[in-house]
Design a protein around this ligand. Structure first.
Ligand code: CIZ
Ligand code: SF4
Length: 306
């Protein structure tokens, strides 16, 4: 079959199955273009989580990584939540160990613990608060202690310390998002030389030397809003490159350039149209979370104010 017809039929099949299952398709801003095109809702993890919490559909298909899909289940446990790719595991979350968290809590008994969305779900039973990149300053500000134990990316630890004025103690000095961590200053400088009139926008998971050169730091949704409202016409984007597709599509009168051609998260890209179709067809892979984790994680989210 001609490729175009094949894709058209595949999309038709997905839309029919979506109706049949009474499902909603949520897709992260780092997803492949064809997944973004077929999704009902696009967003960063907090946008998608809140959508999952409020949906009246029976099934939530989460096109993102496992630990984010788990949040959808935590916020709306009565629904069936499906992750179309069993291997969509955030490599940064896999760098975190529960033992390190327990040790850090023991060594800092008077500090509250803040966890990033992209941490193993079992850990979420041990955190006081839970945050995404979009609301991290706000959540850190709500916490009662001036010292915070932090489970996740070390660059985000610096970022939240700068923004909140609190002392932030990462549970491990080795945890980074490999996608943002490989985005080098050399890459950024060469993009800035190539596009001298473009404004630089970066995700807080970037290295400090990148963050310092950015006009604005935000989650992917925050970057999108900034570009919509700005008078500027050209932007260099320092985050996973899936966002560029959405920016170009939704803001066609402006220009967007990647800070690095290699900022691609393979865990996010494992979700394809075929896997999305199979997920709806066979109702796989269903997210299941033990009750004790689910209840504690939901409390941490409520305490965090989202
Ligand atoms: O919080 C998220 O969704 C992440 C990991 C990236 C972003 O800012 O969209
Ligand atoms: Fe994890 Fe980084 Fe990929 Fe996001 S971009 S899913 S934080 S590895």
């Amino acid at each position: 079959m001609h490729r175009k017809n094949y894709i058209r039929n595949l999309k038709k099949e997905i839309l029919e199955l979506k109706e049949k299952r009474n499902a909603v398709i949520l897709a992260h801003n780092y997803q492949r273009p064809e997944i973004q095109d077929i999704a009902d809702v696009l967003g960063d993890s907090i946008t998608l989580s809140l959508k999952a919490k409020d949906t009246n559909k029976d099934v939530i298909i989460y096109c993102g990584v496992d630990v984010q899909a788990d949040i959808a289940k935590i916020l709306n446990p009565e629904k069936i939540v499906l992750l179309p790719d069993i291997n969509a595991k955030c490599p940064m979350a896999l760098m975190l160990y529960l033992d390190d968290l327990k040790k850090a809590k023991k060594n800092n008994p008077r500090s509250e613990t803040l966890l990033y969305t992209n941490t193993p779900t079992v850990m979420k039973a041990y955190g006081d608060c839970l945050t995404t990149s979009a609301n991290i300053t706000e959540v850190a500000g709500r916490m009662k202690t001036d010292t915070i134990v932090w489970a996740s990316d070390i660059h985000m630890a610096d970022y939240v310390a700068e923004k909140s004025g609190k002392k932030v103690i990462p549970i491990s000095e080795e945890v980074v998002c490999p996608v943002h961590n490989q985005l080098s200053l050399e890459d950024l400088i060469s993009a800035m030389e190539k596009y001298p009139t473009a404004e630089v926008l970066a995700h807080p998971e970037c290295l400090s030397e990148i963050r310092k050169r950015a006009r604005h730091l935000a989650s992917t949704e925050g970057i999108l809003r900034y570009c919509q409202q700005s008078d500027m016409k050209e932007f260099i984007i320092a985050t996973e490159n899936g966002l560029l597709y959405r920016l170009k599509k939704e803001i066609p009168n402006k220009e967007f350039y990647p800070a690095s051609e290699t900022a691609i998260c393979t865990a996010m890209k494992g979700i394809t149209l075929e896997r999305l179709r199979d997920s709806l067809k066979e109702m796989k892979y269903q997210i299941e979370i033990p009750r004790y984790i689910l209840d504690k994680a939901r409390k941490a989210i409520e305490k965090s104010g989202w």
